[in-house]
Design a binder for this molecule. Sequence first.
Ligand code: ZN
Length: 137
Amino acid sequence: MIVSSSLQFKTVVGEMVDLTDRVRKAVEKSRVRNGTVVVFVPGATGAVTTIEFEPGLVRDMGEALERLAPRDLDYSHNLRWGDGNGHSHVRAAFLGPSLTVPIVEGALTLGTWQQIVFLELDNRPRDRRVVLQVMGE
Ligand code: ZN
């Protein structure tokens, strides 16, 4: 069985959004007991990963991304397109657009302190859609 759905939400610059409960609900609704769920963002300036979702790490992650691809450097992308978000694309490419989580006996196999998060890496607020695809039986 394959059940696709999507989550929609608005973001602000630099926001980290905890999707764990919404993914869990989609898995429950699918009635898949054993399989996987794919969480995917269509878009090249957002990312999906897991982290312990607490304010310290939200801040640490923002600072780490600033060190990885600083906002104020020159990016060829900005010269070409003028949208000023070269750093956003580089950060998104490093983190990746998707995550796969195994489902066992109807439950996500996440660790206790492991949440599924979306990161807004663009340089402006966005309307985001995240695709969920539950596969299994
Ligand atoms: Zn761009």
